[in-house]
Write a protein that binds this ligand. Sequence first.
Ligand SMILES: [Zn+2]
Ligand SMILES: [Zn+2]
Length: 92
Amino acid sequence: MNSHHCSVEECSEPSVARGLCWKHYGRRRRHGSVDVTKRRYRMPPECRFCGTAEPGAFYPSYKSVCKQCRKVQAIQREEMRVDALVDSAARR
Ligand SMILES: [Zn+2]
Ligand SMILES: [Zn+2]
């Protein structure tokens, strides 16, 4: 009889408890999930420009760019906008 197998897909271990093998049963008891290996961890914030990972260097709602680089970005955007205005004014 082969029906008592771990209910986790891709797992062919015999089930020992609640339809799970020892490995997955233990995993579920410990972590609340059988696929803990696939669980996503919350990535710590890291600036994609300067690479800083200091917790205080980020705005709470903006985790991929630090405050400093965000400021630089904003200034650059502003300068580009001014350049474009000057450009279009000069062409008149
Ligand atoms: Zn299993
Ligand atoms: Zn940065």
